[in-house]
Write a protein that binds this ligand. Structure first.
Ligand SMILES: Cc1ncc(COP(=O)(O)O)c(C=O)c1O
Length: 358
């Protein structure tokens, strides 16, 4: 059963619905068969996306997962390793696709903020390949979903890219939320893609489009990506109806994201004020809020799935949808379909969630 629209849905920024301007653009879109390269709206979206990322080319793909997986498939040979953070989306939430589709193995490193440390990458790639599998690609994520939307700044970025270059390793950026990172860091997304061989960004997250992501890179890379997209079942036909909504989102740009970030910061401060919920508000820089629930907070009625599930159930009873990410951590994601009044309601509800009822 889908939740009533009156609910405050903070499960993800993917839940936004296309607004009237997007629907008008979809209805009016010029279309053609995109597998034949004949959809003019998809072409325009690809050109404008490539320019936004500072790349020569771009390819419209149905999902962020497909964009990431096409990139890994092209960058690394079967049997080689994908160097990445242990909590990255390609490791945790892409259904083992790198192994299933491309014969790749993650070589993970651990970091406090989800952003790889150049020294750890150096150690992961400087290997004797007669004894261990060959490093194939360095995969970065910015902003980092499971690290609470943390961002990789330019200095760390340049150091990571330098390690990859020294070892002739291609670099792929999962930039599902690159616009959030760019707004938080006060730079253009093009600054955050420098030195990358490919970047994937999503239209269907903070930008608010209903469907789709773009994989960007060199002209040769994109021509190969088009072939692999077809192989992975992602060749789409009159896809201009979707690209049109994406174009509205892209052209509007990230102006709204600063509001989403301010809403997330407000939630983080409110959570920090509730005894039994744990969060470091200074670490909430974009639109993702993770907090920890202590067993004492959840109390005796704790759900068998853990205190986080219990708090998610209580939020739901109060009209708010959230996600239990682990047994004791909850994620809230702000987005354009949640306004300041809705955030006020969540802030009022939070202190009443504890076992004592507040
Ligand atoms: C960081 C990151 N990368 C990739 C994806 C995959 O996007 P999609 O759900 O469109 O496959 C997500 C989805 O939430 C994500 O958070």
């Amino acid at each position: 059963m889908s939740p009533p629209t009156a609910w405050i849905d903070l499960r993800s920024d993917t839940v936004t619905r296309p607004d009237a301007e997007m629907r008008r653009a979809m209805a009016a879109a010029e279309v053609g068969d995109d597998v034949y390269g004949e959809d003019p709206t998809a072409r325009t979206l690809e050109e404008e996306s490539a320019a936004a990322m500072g790349c020569a080319g771009a390819l419209f793909v149905p999902s962020g997962t497909m964009g990431n997986q096409i990139a890994l498939h092209l960058h690394a040979r079967p049997g080689s390793e994908v160097i990445c953070d242990v909590r990255s989306h390609i490791v945790l939430h892409e259904m083992s696709a790198m192994a299933a589709l491309s014969g790749l193995m993650p070589r993970t490193t651990v970091s406090a903020d989800g952003i790889l440390e150049p020294l750890d990458v150096e150690r992961a790639v400087a290997v004797d390949v007669s004894l261990r599998s060959r490093p194939g690609v360095l995969a970065l994520e910015n902003s980092h979903n499971m690290a609470g939307g943390r961002c990789c700044d330019r200095r760390r970025w340049e150091a990571l890219v330098a390690v990859a270059r020294r070892h002739r390793l291609p670099v792929h950026l999962d930039g599902a939320r690159i616009f959030n990172a760019a707004v938080a860091l006060g730079v253009s997304p093009r600054v955050l893609t420098q030195g990358c061989d490919s970047v994937m960004f999503c239209l269907s997250k903070g930008l608010g489009a209903p469907v789709g992501s773009l994989l960007c890179g060199s002209a040769e890379f994109i021509s190969e990506a088009r072939r692999v997209r077809k192989m992975f079942g992602g060749g789409m036909r009159q896809v201009g109806v979707l690209a049109a909504a994406g174009l509205v989102a892209l052209r509007r740009g990230p102006a709204h994201l600063a509001t989403d970030h301010a809403h997330a910061a407000r939630l983080a401060l409110a959570i920090a004020g509730v005894e039994g919920l744990e969060i470091e508000p200074r670490e909430v820089l974009t639109n993702i809020v993770f907090f920890r629930v202590t067993p004492e907070f959840a109390g005796a009625t704790v759900s068998p799935e853990g205190p986080a599930a219990e708090v998610v159930a209580r939020l739901r009873a109060g009209g708010v949808l959230a996600t239990a990410m682990t047994a004791d951590s909850v994620r809230l994601v702000t987005h354009r379909d949640v306004d300041g009044a809705a955030i006020d309601r969540v802030v009022e509800l939070l202190p009443r969630l504890g076992a004592a009822g507040g």
